[in-house]
Design a protein around this ligand. Structure first.
Ligand code: FRU
Length: 497
């Protein structure tokens, strides 16, 4: 692949050529190598002819493209989304001739054919690089054309496998169990929950640590498409309990993952110990086949790898927070000159930094004086701008501290010129319940990810300026005496060189 195009992300994963959608089969192997498979059409710039592409990484940022892992068995078939597990005890019986020191990897995926969608197995004797199809596929067949996206994990207390899988147009997530990955028993259905959109897709059930405690809680992540509130696709999640056969949500509230339009089909990595590490597709079905990266021979980017925790907020209850995973791995030097690592703003103030870096990470820390609430007004705002100085295109983000919009974060890609379409939303906003004090953003050529309060809320938005972004600006307006905003700004190194 050629990763030098002006829209090509430099710290995010994007496919060498062709079209990519959902992450699949995510796992960390016994040597610590991360494996990312993905829905892949290697020969066209739109979805169709689905394969499982494959890439590996030591750090989730520096990727090596590997040969395609799963090929459709016939022209009208597709290898649809699914998961992968390690089978060290050879419960499946596929690994009687396993090589010492090589992981036993089984992929569980949906075989799409025009007649139906079934759940099938493939196993790898070389640690996940090449796969054999199980001779007795499928392992689950309901004679349904809308039955897909199996996510499998080992459930330690019962010493057996669990699968969650979507009956998409029936709005059901089914839970199956198995001793050997081959024979599956239906245990329960989680149905009609949350925002149903028009289809349920890509369920992911896993345990997520509760911040600052030893506790872990179960999260069912469920994607819907089409019919999201902003159009097209969106991820949502439920928090609750799981007893090995039944998932029960704590409440009936709808919780979306992300307040912009481009984050979907997130999956968690298998074999990450107590950590919840995940990757989602930074796109939206309603515009993904149209975006201008096609001119560079590729389409779609994964979101930054992220670590999830649950934070229990007094007025919100549990929230699934998202923080970029070990982003310092790709930090280059600070972009703030004159020997200081930070810039400080107060009152009505602004800072402008020109840069020449493949991608950037900015972090703003806001401290408000104790009595500030009464001093905040409609004008008390924070604004951030990423600018192409040659064309004056910009991406804008901001936050309202006072007045009727207090607590609202916003992102706008209206001032970029490389792509317009009636379904391509220009602006996004979200109102939290407490005033935010921490903002992080990563801009990487054609993808903006903005995290509010350590990822309590986030926005993933693709954006397509016609010239490289080379300036960051931040401005405060009407901030009360004693309020202070501290900026840190890093260039990120290209991991594709
Ligand atoms: C979600 C999805 C899945 C399906 C895959 C096909 O984006 O529609 O339900 O398995 O994409 O590429």
């Amino acid at each position: 692949g050629d990763y030098s195009g002006p829209l090509r992300p430099q710290v995010h994963f994007s496919p060498p050529v062709g079209f990519m959608n959902d992450p699949n089969g995510l796992f960390r192997d016994s040597n610590g190598t991360w494996h990312l498979y993905y829905q892949y059409n290697p020969t066209e710039l739109v979805a169709g002819n689905q394969h499982w592409g494959h890439a590996t990484s030591p750090d989730l940022y520096t990727w090596t493209n590997q040969p395609i892992a799963l090929f459709p068995p016939s022209e009208d078939a597709g290898m649809f989304s699914g998961s992968a597990v390690l089978d060290p005890n050879n419960t499946s019986g596929f690994f009687s001739n396993a090589t010492e020191g090589v992981d036993n990897v089984v992929a569980i995926f949906t075989l799409f054919t025009p007649e139906k969608q079934t759940q099938d197995l493939a196993y790898s004797l070389d640690g996940g690089y090449t796969f054999e199809l199980y001779e007795q596929n499928p392992v689950l067949d309901l004679n349904s054309t809308q039955f897909r996206d199996p996510k499998v994990f080992w459930y330690e207390p019962d010493q057996r496998w669990v699968m969650v899988v979507a009956l998409s147009v029936e709005f059901k997530v089914q839970v199956y169990t198995s001793p050997d990955l081959k024979e599956w028993t239906l245990q329960s259905e989680f149905a009609n929950a949350g925002d149903r959109g028009l289809q349920y897709e890509c369920p992911n059930l896993y345990e997520v640590p509760v911040n600052g405690t030893d506790e872990r809680r179960w999260v069912l992540y469920l994607s819907i498409n089409p019919g999201a509130p902003l159009g097209g696709s969106v991820g949502q999640y439920f928090i609750g309990s799981f007893n090995g056969t039944h998932f029960e949500s704590d409440d009936a509230a709808v919780r979306y993952d992300g307040f912009a339009s481009d984050y979907y089909a997130e999956q968690a990595f298998y074999n990450t110990g107590d950590e919840a590490i995940a990757i989602g597709w930074a796109s939206n079905w309603k515009t993904t086949n149209l975006v201008p990266t096609g001119a560079e021979g590729w389409r779609s980017t994964m979101g930054l790898p992220r670590r999830h925790t649950l934070v229990n907020y007094t007025r919100l209850g549990y929230v699934l927070t998202s923080e970029p995973y070990q982003l310092e791995t790709v930090h280059n030097a600070s972009l703030l000159g004159n020997g200081t690592e930070t810039a400080t703003l107060s009152g009505n103030d602004s800072v402008e930094v020109d840069f020449d870096a493949p991608a950037v990470h900015f972090a703003l820390e806001v401290s408000l004086p104790d009595n500030s609430t009464s001093l905040l007004s409609d004008n008390s705002t924070l604004t951030m701008r990423l600018v192409s100085s040659s064309t004056n295109e910009s991406l804008l983000m901001g936050y309202y501290y006072g007045g009727s919009n207090a607590g609202t974060s916003w992102v706008s890609r209206a001032e970029t010129d490389g792509f317009s379409h009636p379904l391509f939303n220009e602006k996004f906003s979200h109102t939290g319940v407490d005033l935010a004090t921490r903002f992080d953003g990563v801009w990487d050529r054609s993808i903006l990810e903005f995290f509010v309060d350590n990822g309590t809320f986030h926005a993933d938005a693709t954006a397509f300026p016609t010239a490289l972004v080379d300036r960051f600006e931040v401005a405060t307006d009407g901030m009360p005496d004693g309020a202070e905003v501290t900026l840190r700004l890093w260039g990120l190194r290209s991991t594709w060189e």
